[in-house]
Design a protein around this ligand. Structure first.
Ligand SMILES: Nc1ncnc2c1ncn2[C@@H]1O[C@H](COP(=O)(O)OP(=O)(O)OP(=O)(O)O)[C@@H](O)[C@H]1O
Ligand SMILES: [Mg+2]
Length: 500
């Protein structure tokens, strides 16, 4: 069985997290500056040493120091002495840096179709009607075999759907120009916020995050989020996408002696802020079910009230740092936080919450049976890696020595919806529907078999319907033989249909 992970101590008791119970999720809460990030670091280090890979978003850049051993730090020294941590040894953790923008880590990319319409509509901040239209656009792309990889694919597909809205109406519902316009505008916004780099190939393989190093320590995956964080919706949705991908791709695991991955969600309120009902249900469901895939999710938040009750109720392992109690809302948060702990007669929780010093916390982890242990007022053990950021040079050294270096760096732009639709606009290749219509026309108008297409080209004949033209043009191609080529066909159709 995996050893308990020591997280915090007071002069009487220690609080250790049981790896077996680590997939029962957790919460690190506390006002700003009370020690949340350092606690996260201590937890992550502990998991890594136990062979569990972790993933975390680094909002302020101060977690990058995990890639370096702790240096001189007076506060850390004091704490080591206070807690009698004889086994403390400064050391770095094995780190993989990731960055949507590809500047502070390996690019992390996904495709539009992997993101899916539900999460994408959240990213784009669409209303219900627009969300419906986005679903329709995805469906059309699916049905007609268009790959949606990057933003320009989606834009081209949206435009195509709008241009053929009449034809699609009966099957896919109303695709109004106004809705498509709104989607296009928001796509442009998303592009400026980093969407053009987030979407494309090669898409990240989440297995690259589930690695251990040569010594069996779990990799600490750090997603640079300082820039990404300027677009909270993109940040929140990306992390949620990762969770749902993990959920969908990992096999059912049952109860393992330690998790396969621990996922830290910093600034967790961003996930829930005015999330629409459908999304809330999805979040709640993913968090509930991902446990059985041996993934633990730890939320980090300033105020536990920011996390909805259905989710809060699932967070078994808790570290509560100090909360302020100035306003009525603050007081409510204190009361709520206090009520979630299992009583320990030696600790007056409500008073303690407002008194706790930096790096001090109310701690309760789950016991062997999954029941919360009585709350302890404890000092969080200092991390053995550096508190604070890594330098740029240190970061670069870690990135270039990674075994996945150069796997994701170069963007690949293969043929997908955008390229095909652009070509189609030039060539006027018939859509499926048009092709079907043409087929129909062929059957009905067998007498037109020897149709005089030259007459059409020279304008001597009345302009026939589009489908007829296509059929005719195809025939023309056949009869002209190979040398006529696509270019001529394009010319023929362009002239007749006036649609170039
Ligand atoms: N367990 C600890 N041991 C030693 N020092 C600590 C500990 N926890 C916190 N500190 C000190 O307190 C400082 C602030 O802690 P930290 O950055 O974790 O706060 P925070 O709650 O994440 O703040 P913010 O909400 O602003 O992100 C750290 O830089 C460190 O110097
Ligand atoms: Mg912090």
């Amino acid at each position: 069985m995996a050893e308990p992970i020591l997280i915090a101590k007071n002069l009487v008791n220690s609080s250790s997290l049981l790896p077996k119970m680590a997939n029962r999720h957790g919460l690190i809460a506390g006002a700003t500056g009370t020690g949340k990030t350092v606690t996260l670091q201590t937890l992550a280090e502990g998991f890594s040493k136990a062979g569990v890979p972790v993933f975390m978003a680094d909002v302020k850049g101060d977690l990058s120091g995990m890639s370096q051993p702790a240096g001189e730090n007076k506060k850390v020294q004091e704490r080591i002495t206070l807690l009698g941590l004889n086994e403390y040894a400064a050391q770095s953790s094995p780190v993989t840096f990731w960055d949507v923008f590809g500047e502070q880590g390996h690019p992390i990319r996904t495709t539009i179709s992997e993101m899916g319409p539900l999460l994408l509509s959240r990213m784009l901040d669409l209303n219900t009607v627009q969300t419906g239209v986005l679903h329709a656009i995805f469906k059309i792309a699916d049905d007609e075999g268009f790959l949606l990889l990057d933003l320009k694919d989606l834009r081209a597909m949206a435009q195509h759907a709008a241009e053929h809205s009449e034809q699609y109406q009966s099957t896919y519902g109303n695709i109004s120009a106004a809705s498509v316009g709104a989607i296009q505008r928001n796509l442009l916004q998303l592009e400026m916020e980093g969407g053009d780099q987030l979407f494309g190939e090669p898409a990240v393989n989440l297995n690259d995050m589930l690695q251990t190093d040569a010594q069996g320590r779990g990799m600490v995956n750090i997603l640079a989020s300082n820039k990404l964080f300027n677009s909270p919706r993109v940040y929140g949705t990306l992390l949620l996408w990762m969770l749902s991908e993990l959920y969908e791709n990992l096999p059912e695991a049952g109860d393992l002696d330690k998790p396969k991955l621990v996922f830290f969600f910093d600034e967790a309120h961003l996930l829930f802020n005015d999330a629409p009902k459908a999304l809330m249900q999805k979040i709640e469901q993913v968090i509930r079910l991902i446990r059985s895939k041996a993934v633990g999710v730890y939320f980090v938040s300033q105020n536990p009230l920011d996390i909805p009750d259905v989710v809060l109720g699932q967070l078994g392992n808790r570290v509560q740092h100090a909360l302020r109690a100035y306003t009525p809302r603050d007081q409510k948060a204190v009361k709520a936080a206090a009520e979630t702990f299992r009583v320990n007669p030696a600790v007056d929780v409500v008073t303690a919450i407002t008194e706790l010093g930096v790096g001090e916390a109310l701690v309760s982890f789950l016991d062997e049976k999954g029941a919360p242990k009585p709350v302890e007022r404890s000092y969080v053990c200092p991390p053995e890696s550096r508190i604070g950021p890594a330098t740029e040079a240190e970061r670069t050294a870690v990135i270039t020595s990674s075994h996945i270096n150069n796997k994701y760096e170069a963007l690949v732009d293969r043929e997908s919806a955008y390229e095909l639709l652009t070509k189609r606009a030039e060539v006027q290749v018939p859509t499926k529907e048009e092709a079907a219509k043409a087929e129909e026309a062929t059957k009905e108008q067998a007498d037109e078999r020897d149709f005089d297409w030259v007459g059409v080209l020279t304008g001597e004949r009345v302009k026939p319907s589009d489908s007829t033209v296509e059929r005719v043009a195809k025939k023309a191609m056949q009869s002209f033989g190979a040398q006529i080529g696509r270019a001529i066909l394009r010319g023929v159709l362009g002239t007749i249909l006036g649609k170039r």
